[in-house]
Design a protein around this ligand. Structure first.
Ligand code: NI
Length: 176
């Protein structure tokens, strides 16, 4: 396994639509998943999409650490291939803080669906479908956006809630 170079905002790979993964089982995809897991852990992220490591494929990894789970359950690191998000529109949207390994040092409050359906394949190629809420729902919306060339600032509605981590740690807006 090896650490991969993370593309930063401004690189065109982050603005392109990624291609579906045809076969999860091939060694190249399995190796990519392993390298992405190592890269995400090294960077301290909760999610990493393949385009962020210059692989324009519909695949991401995520996890929800116990410290971020809130009222929900912690989720160990898992891969999601060819994801499809279906918003539970009746539950509405909620503002929450997000960062991105491709936009280091910054974070922002971003509106996301509170609850979403997530379907796709796991790292063994098995299809799944489930409903996620809270922080997990936020993370999978952020990561699926990466597969469509969408970065979190493109989802923002109030740019006053966008700043450097250091300043937000000191002057955290009371708006959330
Ligand atoms: Ni990101």
């Amino acid at each position: 396994m090896s650490l991969l170079k993370i593309a930063r905002m401004g690189h065109p790979v982050l603005l392109a639509a990624a291609a579906p993964v045809a076969d999860v089982a091939i060694p190249e995809i399995q190796a990519l998943i392993g390298d992405m897991a190592e890269t995400m852990a090294d960077a301290g992220g909760v999610g990493l999409a393949a385009p962020q490591v210059h692989a324009p494929l519909r695949l991401f990894l995520f996890h929800v650490p116990a410290s971020r789970a809130g009222e929900g359950a912690a989720i160990p690191v898992r891969a999601v291939i060819n994801p499809v998000i279906t918003p539970v529109e009746a539950a509405g949207k909620v503002l929450g803080w997000e960062g991105c390994l491709s936009i280091p040092g910054l974070r922002a409050a971003v509106p996301r669906w509170r609850q979403v359906g997530l379907s796709g394949q796991d790292e063994a190629g098995r299809p799944f479908a489930e409903t996620l809420s809270g922080f997990a729902a936020r993370v999978v919306q952020h990561e699926t956006d990466h597969l469509d060339g969408v970065l979190y600032p493109m989802r923002m509605e109030d740019f006053r809630l966008f700043g450097y981590n250091e300043e937000l740690d000191r002057y955290a807006p009371e708006l959330l």
